[in-house]
Write a protein that binds this ligand. Structure first.
Ligand code: NGQ
Ligand code: ZN
Length: 447
């Protein structure tokens, strides 16, 4: 079915009365300033689907369970201990059920593709499943069930700290050597849908030695490479103690970081590191909700974007899945620390929410190895806004996106992914079944 919108944010800007002709999951033609044709599915406003560059889907199931004080000095590391205890209980069926709900909720929020930074590879005791890529297959099945695009980033994890420290018992499910990892990635790739993308993710400089990192990079085979890099102050200090350099500096100096790379949580960076990321072409993978939730700190987004750096946003721990909120919190972090407004607005685009949205669509596509945006030949990944939300009354153009990001409560109406309508009225087409499966999995997990 073809689509018609009162207005649409096309690749080259806003247009009114837009028809999108769809074929084979892509946009086959864009007609602006036209009337709808009988049979067209008519809607209010079309935006490009937003990529979600960083997710650990399984963590959705512990959302809200880590918000009570366990020790007076609760921090990222005590949260991680809790998360690891949770990890030990998740089998293949639970993984698939939780991921399917997380992905359905991502679609409802306006995310049309997810970068799954996937490290739950093995059985809870660390032994291999009969199929070494069993859990990757479950992630792929969940993405298919929900209908979200998947860029699968199998994680390489081998150590428990900088300089090749041994991994802890709770990390046994994550571990591979480089050869085993290469085999896992190949097998995982064979499980993806035709528009799936495979990449790799060295977990962090804590989990990989320099030798391993250099050996494993060819496994990416031209696909995306994602890494957690400088999320916590302690992580930066440990890296300096080990190497004499901060994590981003070390990475830029020691491996050839380029536009295929995404640096997730490059939170703690000095000006030379900011400039270095920009020059490399790597995407900064920002996860404002999770970074706030975990007490990580603030990435210098204003400096980075002013230099032309590319950003993507990710829902990471999935404590809350909300595309607009990620962008809003990204800006609010800047406002709160600088005592200024519209900090991340652009020279070329005064509307802050619209500027961040466009940046995250473009950077997200680069990060996940796909083309994004509404233009001929691009995947038909489309979000329509809900005309019944009074937040959109008398809004046009970029003010619509600003109103979504900063003011709306029920902005998303329909979401198409690969030309298929996956959500309508803000609700996933298969929400009931996906939710029932999730509830059953949670009952087993907490039994
Ligand atoms: C993760 N999450 O891999 O799920 C991590 C925590 C770690 C975030 N960094 C574990 N937000 O970094 O060691
Ligand atoms: Zn992460």
């Amino acid at each position: 079915m073809n689509l018609w919108f009162e207005s649409a944010l096309l690749e080259d800007g806003w247009a009114d009365r837009v028809r999108l002709v769809l074929a084979d999951g892509r946009i086959a033609a864009v007609e602006a300033g036209v009337d709808p044709v009988v049979g067209d599915d008519r809607h209010f406003v079309a935006l490009p689907g937003l990529p979600n560059v960083h997710s650990h889907a399984f963590q959705r199931a512990m959302a809200g369970l880590a918000e009570a004080r366990g020790r007076t000095d609760d921090d990222f590391w005590s949260w991680r201990d809790l998360m690891y205890r949770f990890v030990g209980r998740i089998g293949p069926e639970e993984c698939e059920a939780i991921a399917a709900l997380a992905y359905a909720e991502m679609l409802e929020a306006g995310f049309t593709r997810v970068g799954e930074f996937h490290y739950l590879h093995h059985a809870p005791d660390g032994s291999r499943y009969d199929d070494v890529a069993e859990m990757s297959g479950r992630i792929a099945a969940a993405a298919d069930a929900a209908g979200i695009g998947l860029t699968l980033l199998p994680v390489f994890y081998a150590h428990g700290g900088f300089g090749g420290q041994p991994a802890g018992a709770a990390q046994g499910r994550f571990l591979n050597d480089v050869d085993g990892f290469a085999a896992l990635v190949e097998r995982a790739a064979s499980k993806l849908a035709p528009d799936g993308v495979i990449g790799i993710a060295p977990h962090s400089l804590r989990a990989v030695t320099p030798e391993e990192l250099r050996e494993l990079l060819p496994v990416a085979n031209g696909g995306p490479v994602h890494i957690h890099i400088a999320e916590q102050i302690k992580e930066v200090a440990d890296c300096v103690a080990w190497s004499g350099k901060r994590p981003v500096r070390w990475l830029l100096d020691e491996v050839s970081v380029d536009a295929r790379w995404t640096l997730v949580h490059a939170t703690h960076v000095e000006p030379d590191e900011v400039a270095g990321i920009v020059a490399s072409g790597a995407v900064a993978g920002l996860c404002p909700i999770t970074e706030a939730n975990l007490g990580d700190g603030l990435f210098p987004a204003a400096e980075f974007m002013a230099l032309g750096g590319m950003i993507g946003v990710g829902s990471d721990s999935n404590v809350r899945i909300d595309a607009a909120e990620e962008l809003r919190l990204l800006e609010y972090g800047q406002r709160l620390t600088r005592g200024a407004r519209n900090v991340l607005a652009g020279e070329d685009r005064a509307a802050t929410g619209a500027r961040l949205f466009a940046a995250a669509v473009a950077g997200g596509g680069r990060s996940l190895g796909v083309e994004t945006g509404l233009a001929v030949g691009r995947p038909a990944d489309i979000v329509s806004l809900d005309r019944t939300d009074p937040a959109f009354a008398e809004r046009k153009g970029d003010a619509l996106i600003d109103s979504w990001v900063f003011a709306s409560r029920r902005a998303v109406d329909c979401v198409w992914r690969g030309g298929v309508k996956q959500a309508e009225g803000g609700r996933h087409r298969d929400r009931d079944a996906i939710e029932a499966r999730y509830r059953a999995a949670l009952a087993r997990l907490t039994a």
